[in-house]
Structures are given as structure tokens and as C-alpha cells.
Ligand binder design. Structure first.
Ligand code: RB5
Length: 142
């Protein structure tokens, strides 16, 4: 199960990504927002972050205008490793190296075509399980 959330700046891209997840047969839960009216990105960052940390969802996808505010907020939650990606190289690397559990995207930054490739790369890339990466991740918190 994928947790997905956005503010108004990410609403349109979120619709495209949910359509793509449906086409791939990947289950998701939309934590809002549910309309394009102006709203506050921290609300959705916290909902999605909590769903991932609590184990309700395996991964999260968060989208605001830039991806910045929503990723900053998500990363305040212990256990969240949210990576803002604008390309597939970073999406692959953050899964392999950081075991990122939330992908952040900027709805005003990347087009739907690239965003969908970034989503697929993120979801399809396993963590490396490399000892050095495990060690570094354990140093992030604690
Ligand atoms: C909303 O206008 C915008 O500030 C928000 O979507 C995001 O880009 C913040 O980081």
C-alpha cells in the first residue's frame, strides 16, 4: 500500500500519479488534499509520514509546488526518510543508499511524464542492504 498526499500545488500531479498507480495495479491510499483550493502542506506531510512510520503503508509519495515544504515537514517525523527527487538517478540512489521511504515531488517543477518515471524508479528499486549504508542510516537518528 502506498500513502499519497499533496497540497494544492501538487494536486494535479497527484491525480496523474494515482491514475498511473491504478494502471500498474498498485494499491494506494489518498490522504488528501481532495480539491485544488489553497491548503497547508504540513497537514498532508504529517498524515502520510505517520502512515508510513506506523506501518500502515510501505511507502509514501508527497507532492507540493516545489516538493520542498512537504519534504522538510515529513523529515521531522522520526523514522521518515523523505527524498525530494527531480530525476531518476536520485530516485534510484535514494532507495539503494538511504532506504528512503517517502518520495517527494514538485508539482510545479517536474512534468507528469518525468514524475511517473521517477515514481516507478523509486518503487521498483530495492534497498542495497549494504553494510555501509545500513551503518549510515542508523546514524541519522539516535
Ligand atoms: C504553495 O503555494 C507552495 O508554497 C507549496 O506548494 C510548496 O511549494 C512549499 O514548499
Amino acid at each position: 500500500m502506498i500513502a499519497i498526499g499533496s497540497d494544492h500545488g501538487g494536486f494535479a500531479l497527484k491525480q496523474e500519479i494515482m491514475k498511473h498507480l491504478e494502471e500498474r495495479g498498485i494499491a494506494y491510499k489518498d490522504f488528501g488534499c481532495y480539491e485544488e483550493a489553497s491548503c497547508d502542506y504540513p497537514v498532508y506531510a504529517k498524515e502520510v509520514g505517520k502512515a508510513v512510520v506506523d506501518g500502515e503503508c510501505e511507502f509514501g509519495i508527497l507532492i507540493c509546488g516545489t516538493g520542498i515544504g512537504i519534504s522538510i515537514t515529513a523529515n521531522k517525523i522520526p523514522g521518515v526518510r523523505c527524498a525530494l527527487c527531480t530525476d531518476c538517478f536520485c530516485a534510484e540512489a535514494t532507495r539503494q543508499h538511504n532506504n528512503a521511504n517517502i518520495l517527494a515531488l514538485g508539482g510545479r517543477v517536474v512534468g507528469a511524464g518525468l514524475a511517473i518515471k521517477i515514481v516507478d524508479t523509486f518503487l521498483d528499486t530495492p534497498f542495497s542492504n549494504d553494510e555501509r549504508h545500513i551503518r549510515r542510516i542508523s546514524q541519522i537518528e539516535g
